[in-house]
Design a binder for this molecule. Structure first.
Ligand SMILES: C[S@@+](CC[C@H](N)C(=O)[O-])C[C@H]1O[C@@H](n2cnc3c(N)ncnc32)[C@H](O)[C@@H]1O
Length: 217
C-alpha cells in the first residue's frame, strides 16, 4: 500500500472507531467538523424538556452536549458507543452530568442496544451508518427502543460528496440514500423528511423518521 493510501486508511480506521491517543484528537476534530450536522439533527428530533433521548455513536460527544441542553435538568440522555476511547473521554468530560443521572453512557452497538423497549422519545445517529454492515438489524434495534411516535434522526453525508473525500475509499460503506431509506422503512420507521443541510464543504441528509403508533402491515 502506498504511503498516502496507508495514511487515509488509518484516518478511515480512526473515524470508524476512534482509538488511542490519536482517537482522542479525532474526537475533538469530529466535534468541530460535525457540529452543524449534529446540532441540526438534535433540533430535528424536536425533543424538549424532560425527554429521554439517545446519541448512538456519539464520537467526540458534541451530540451529548446538544441533547443535554435540549432535554434540560429533568431529561435523560443515553450515549452509546462501540469505541472504548470515546466512552472513556466522555466519562471524564461529563462527570458531573453522569453523577447527576442526566447522562448514562453505554458500551454498545446500534444493532444491539442495552436499552429497554420503547424507552426513548428520540434518538440521533450522525455519520455512523458508513461503518454498519447490517443496516436491517441496526434499524430494527432503533425502532425497538423508540416509543410509538418517537423520532429518530440519521445524519448521513451525501454519497457523491462523501466519495470525493480521500479517506472514504476504504472502510466506509457509501450507500445511496434511497437504500438507507428502504432499510428504515423495512424496520417499520416512517420517513417524515429528508432535510438537506450543508456544512460549507459538503451536503448532508437528515433522515427524520418516526415510529408509528401501529406498525404498518
Ligand atoms: C465518524 S464518527 C461520528 C461521531 C459523531 N456521531 C459525529 O457525527 O461527530 C463515527 C462514530 O460511530 C461509532 N460507531 C461505529 N460503528 C458503530 C455502531 N455499530 N454502533 C455504535 N457506534 C458506532 C464510532 O466508534 C465513532 O465514534
Amino acid at each position: 500500500m502506498r504511503i498516502a493510501d496507508r495514511l487515509w486508511d488509518s484516518v478511515a480506521s480512526q473515524l470508524g472507531r476512534p482509538h488511542g491517543i490519536a482517537g482522542r484528537v479525532v474526537g475533538r476534530i469530529l466535534n468541530r467538523g460535525n457540529y452543524t450536522t449534529v446540532a441540526a439533527a438534535v433540533a430535528a428530533t424536536e425533543a424538549g424538556a424532560g425527554a429521554t433521548v439517545a446519541d448512538v455513536g456519539f464520537g467526540g460527544g458534541i451530540g451529548l452536549d446538544e441533547l443535554l441542553a435540549a432535554v434540560g435538568e429533568t431529561g435523560t440522555v443515553h450515549g452509546l458507543e462501540i469505541a472504548p476511547t470515546m466512552l472513556d473521554q466522555a466519562g471524564k468530560r461529563y462527570r458531573a452530568e453522569i453523577a447527576a443521572g442526566r447522562l448514562v453512557l453505554h458500551a454498545g452497538a446500534m444493532h444491539e442496544m442495552p436499552l429497554a423497549t420503547a424507552s426513548l422519545d428520540a434518538a440521533i445517529s450522525t455519520n455512523t451508518v458508513y461503518f454498519i454492515d447490517d443496516l436491517g438489524a441496526a434499524f430494527a434495534e432503533l425502532a425497538r427502543v423508540l416509543r410509538p411516535s418517537g423520532r429518530v434522526v440519521l445524519g448521513v453525508g451525501d454519497p457523491a460528496d462523501m466519495a470525493r473525500m480521500p479517506f472514504t475509499e476504504n472502510r466506509f460503506r457509501l450507500r445511496p440514500i434511497a437504500e438507507i431509506v428502504e432499510h428504515l422503512q423495512a424496520a417499520g420507521l416512517v420517513l417524515r423528511e429528508d432535510r438537506r443541510i450543508s456544512n460549507g464543504r459538503m451536503q448532508f441528509h437528515l433522515l427524520v423518521c418516526e415510529k408509528p403508533h401501529t406498525q404498518p402491515k
